[in-house]
Design a protein around this ligand. Sequence first.
Ligand code: ADP
Ligand code: MG
Length: 123
Amino acid sequence: MAPEDVVVVRHAVRQWAAELGFSLVDQTKLVTAASELARNAVTHGGGGGAHIEMVFNGRRQGLKVTFEDNGPGIADINLAMKDGYTTGGGLGLGLGGAKRLTDEFGIQSKPGEGTQVWFIRWK
Ligand SMILES: Nc1ncnc2c1ncn2[C@@H]1O[C@H](COP(=O)(O)OP(=O)(O)O)[C@@H](O)[C@H]1O
Ligand SMILES: [Mg+2]
């Protein structure tokens, strides 16, 4: 992903969320969360890719969005998740915000190898 791809991800997530029947408010939550993680992949992770999928847990449908990059990784994930923590001169609200806006959130990272972050919001 290049910086201009953030808007592509935003549009794709909006479209899939609408397709799944999420309310406008929920669509915006999903788009905002995806936007934060896409921007992180670009600014902190050196690019990477995004993957959007519909998921089903036997009861509810949901939208899952995954971001993967081969950047420097995150040494201390707990610290990175803290509101206000930033190494890039940002607001440090992206990861925590994305977690709060979604139902399930996961992050895996290995210093020197990269980062994978994903979330699900259930309908
Ligand atoms: N994909 C990533 N690769 C490497 N580091 C990351 C990545 N995403 C987040 N981080 C680290 O976590 C910190 C917190 O991220 P975030 O909450 O989005 O705040 P911000 O982007 O404003 O710095 C970042 O400053 C960075 O150090
Ligand atoms: Mg951020």
